[in-house]
Design a protein around this ligand. Structure first.
Ligand SMILES: NC(=O)c1ccc[n+]([C@@H]2O[C@H](COP(=O)([O-])OP(=O)(O)OC[C@H]3O[C@@H](n4cnc5c(N)ncnc54)[C@H](O)[C@@H]3O)[C@@H](O)[C@H]2O)c1
Length: 276
């Protein structure tokens, strides 16, 4: 009997593809009006999920829905302020209305503000905690309540949660809290087959970081951009910064059956900048 040639082999067997697919799954994604959340909606839709997308940015959400449709997917738009518990519960109800269940819930919404500790105002502290910490908490709680026996919750923390940096104390504090909430929820929900993990992105080119080189009039300072990107790339052993898709491929792994024995973990697509 002749051996099949290498060229005749399937690129991936259907059985293996099945481990990575989200076909037929219902996935909720917050912070989906732009950046990593938008790309997560597209990546999850490409993997076969029906996505339920939430954000305070309604125009951005509508654009994301168009991008999801362009890859052949289906998106349900639910404008949501994640810091508002009732709004997050309403998001869960809207997601349940799609097909009677929720399989994946990704808490991506987040904000950043820079200030030395001695200058942080009560307003800034409250705003960042409200979105990053309360928002993620309410998302985890809603998902844990409505997911039946099984599901995947994905939180977004940050390299800043591992590595202290000047002017980022409040943001970093909230992201460290999200990492520990992830572990706490993994313990509580594990017996029901619900996995809870987090992705800790390294520097990723999204609207959040573009503020570093965007002038007050909205134009881009290309010199500042090149300097900033070069500095961040140099911190990585790989010598690059991330795209949103670098983050959402990690999220896809955590959302899919391929990570069925993974819970309470922080996955760090950061080019090796931190190695916890
Ligand atoms: N870009 C990076 O380098 C980087 C690095 C580490 C972690 N992160 C994290 O990744 C996540 C996504 O960030 P991004 O870079 O795509 O930023 P982004 O600013 O492009 O996206 C964040 C989204 O969250 C939404 N949002 C803000 N407040 C909200 C609220 N109260 N309710 C609902 N939605 C709200 C925004 O409207 C926005 O669409 C954030 O949690 C961020 O902290 C980003």
């Amino acid at each position: 009997m002749t051996e099949p040639s290498r060229a005749d082999r399937p690129a991936m067997t259907p059985e293996l593809i099945e481990q990575f697919t989200l076909r037929g799954r219902i996935a909720v994604i917050t912070g989906a009006a732009g950046g990593i959340g938008r790309q997560a909606a597209i990546t999850f839709a490409q993997a076969g999920a029906d996505v339920v997308i939430a954000d305070v940015g309604v125009a951005g959400l509508e654009q994301t829905a168009e991008l999801v449709a362009a890859v052949g997917g289906s998106a349900t738009v639910v404008p949501t302020d994640v810091s508002d518990r009732d709004a997050v519960e309403a998001l869960a109800a809207a997601a349940l209305a799609v097909a009677g269940r929720i399989d994946v819930w990704a808490n991506v919404a987040g904000i950043i503000r820079y200030a030395p500790i001695v200058d942080v105002t009560p307003e800034d502290l409250a705003a960042i905690v409200a979105v990053n910490q309360f928002g993620t908490y309410w998302g985890v709680a809603a998902a844990g309540r409505v997911m039946g026996e099984g599901g995947s919750i994905i939180n977004i923390t940050s390299a800043g949660g591992d590595m202290p940096a000047p002017t980022l104390s409040v943001y970093a504090m909230t992201k460290a809290a999200v990492a520990h909430l992830t572990r706490c929820a993994a313990v509580e929900f594990g017996p029901r087959g619900i996995r809870v993990n987090a992705v800790a992105p390294g520097f990723t080119d999204t609207p959040m970081v573009q503020a570093n080189w965007t002038r007050p009039d909205g134009s881009i300072d290309e010199e500042a951009r090149a300097r900033f990107m070069g500095m961040r790339a140099a911190q990585s052993p790989l010598g690059t910064t991330a795209t949103p898709e670098d983050q959402t491929l990690a999220m896809l792994y955590l959302a899919s059956e391929a990570s069925r024995f993974v819970t309470g973990q922080i996955l760090r697509p950061n080019g090796g900048v931190t190695m916890a």
